[in-house]
Design a protein around this ligand. Structure first.
Ligand code: FAD
Length: 451
């Protein structure tokens, strides 16, 4: 068994792990990174990338339909699910290779296999033992599958990229962003979708108006959203599944997809055995410098269960590398992190919800605009757009910016820069719109809401 002395051993070659390994190696550190599955982690293989590719695919169905109002005519389109999956797989494989090349180019060694901590400075992978000054755990998360009778017949968001047959009837369980995205995407691709949400609303943590508006828009597109509803059991029904709900109703589905949250991937890593403190959800508890309770062990990304977003894992990894091998000046700021939900239509959001702003500030103004976009005057679609600003009354600073509408993520990214820079409502008012766009509405709202 080789005994290797390293500066940094990274467990997990996902978003955070690859970024940390690459940057540390580029700064001259001797680095190895262990990965037990495909390079790139959740984002590349199961999450952001395949999901967004499927979301693009799903939008075509709408685009074909809407094109009639613009004078186009075409035969009813059909989806080749196998071809979509095959093309998606080619792109994911390309990205896996890019990640491999990035690590190799930086001089970080990739070790394939499941890693396990042996001591505060030692890791074992595939029978090989490595000794390192620092160990970074970036093992991400895994789906939390609630236990209901027959629940093992359901699939998680980890499996849906590879569903062998296209699910004509799909039941999605969950009300979070991944559940909403899955419901929207499969509906767009042509499935009959029922979404079961235990809570009385979608998207806990998002602005109330935005969540309620999205539910209406998704409903208009045909997603059967059932709030306050949960699944009692799943049983086979010939080649299909019988899905019993708590109120006695029974649904028939080809596939039941659970998207009921994700938990930290800490099981079986040997963390507790070497003295690392885990939080109540199994997450690694870290300090501001991402050190766990054992100082030589650090953690970033979903395994710390803070904000489960790729850019957050990347940014945390860069802070760690800067502190360990650089000037130690890089800071992580969790305020005003923009994010999108790739539902149909999209959500884009940055900053505080109206509720959060009211809790934090003495007085808040809100501006809201709901309208049918120019495109849909001809497309025939009844889709509407909602845009909302939350403003601190005392400083005039815009503290929340939210949108439900086409390309909301693309729109909000730019505004996030302005908000990070402390833009006030007066700055928004002084900015001329780009006409005719949907985004111009953010700089033309003048009348605060009366409530
Ligand atoms: C369906 C879905 C959609 C998402 N969409 C978005 C989105 O649109 N935008 C966004 O910003 N975020 C999105 N996310 C979240 C995003 O994917 C994660 O926040 C991000 O991947 C976290 O990066 P990470 O480095 O912490 O972990 P991961 O990327 O999950 O990487 C962890 C890696 O560690 C490996 N590993 C685990 N244990 C071991 C071990 N013992 N030994 C060796 N290797 C190990 C795993 O195989 C994995 O490759 C989505 C997630 C899901 C599930």
């Amino acid at each position: 068994m080789a005994d290797q002395e390293l500066d940094l051993f990274v467990i997990g070659a996902g978003s955070g792990g690859v970024r940390a390994a690459r940057m540390a190696a580029q700064r001259g550190a001797k680095v190895a990174v262990a990965e037990m599955a495909a390079l790139g982690g959740t984002c590349v293989n199961l999450g952001c990338i395949p999901k967004k590719l499927y979301s693009y695919a799903a939008h075509y169905a709408e685009a074909f339909e809407e094109s009639h109002g613009f004078g186009w005519s075409a035969q009813a389109p059909t989806l080749d699910w196998a071809l979509l999956k095959a093309n998606r797989a080619v792109e994911i494989r390309r990205l896996n290779d890019v990640y491999g090349a990035v690590l190799e180019g930086a001089g970080a060694r990739l070790v394939c296999g499941r890693a396990r901590l042996v001591s505060a400075h030692e890791v074992e992978v595939a029978g090989e033992r490595f000794r390192a000054r620092h160990i970074l755990v970036a093992t991400g998360g895994r789906p939390a599958m609630p236990e209901v009778p027959g629940g093992e017949r359901a699939v998680s968001s980890n499996h849906r990229v590879d569903l062998p047959d296209f699910p004509r009837r799909l039941v999605v369980v969950g009300g979070g962003y991944i559940a909403c995205e899955m419901a929207s995407i499969f509906r767009g691709l042509g499935a009959e979708v029922t979404q079961l949400v235990r809570a009385s609303r979608l998207l806990r943590g998002f602005d109330d108006d935005i969540a309620a508006f999205l539910a209406v828009e998704m409903g208009k597109k045909g997603v059967d959203i059932r709030l306050g509803m949960h699944l009692q059991h799943v049983e086979p029904d010939g080649t299909r599944l019988r899905v019993a709900l708590h109120d006695g109703q029974v649904l028939t589905a080809d596939t039941v997809l659970y998207a009921t949250g994700r938990v930290a991937n800490t099981h079986g890593l040997g963390l507790e055995e070497v003295g690392v403190t885990l939080g109540p959800r199994g997450q690694i508890v870290v300090d501001d410098g991402y050190h766990a309770s054992v100082p030589s062990i650090l953690a970033v990304g979903d395994v710390t269960d803070r904000m489960q977003l790729t850019p957050v894992a990347l940014a945390e990894a860069m802070v760690v590398v800067d502190r360990l091998f650089g000037k130690g000046q890089r800071q992580m700021d969790y305020e005003f992190i923009p994010t999108a939900v790739f539902t149909h239509p999209n959500i884009g959001t940055v900053g505080w919800t109206q509720r959060e702003a009211r809790e934090r500030l003495p007085a808040v103004r809100t501006y809201q605009s709901e309208f049918r976009s120019l495109k849909h005057t001809l497309s025939g679609s009844s889709e509407r757009t909602l845009m909302k600003l939350v403003v601190d009354d005392a400083s005039d600073r815009v503290v929340g910016l939210h949108m439900v509408g086409a390309e909301a993520g693309e729109t909000v990214q730019g505004f996030a820069v302005a908000m990070k820079a402390g833009a006030t409502k007066a700055h928004f008012d002084a900015t001329l719109g780009i006409h005719p766009t949907v985004a111009e509405e953010f700089v033309t709202m003048r009348e605060p809401q009366k409530r």
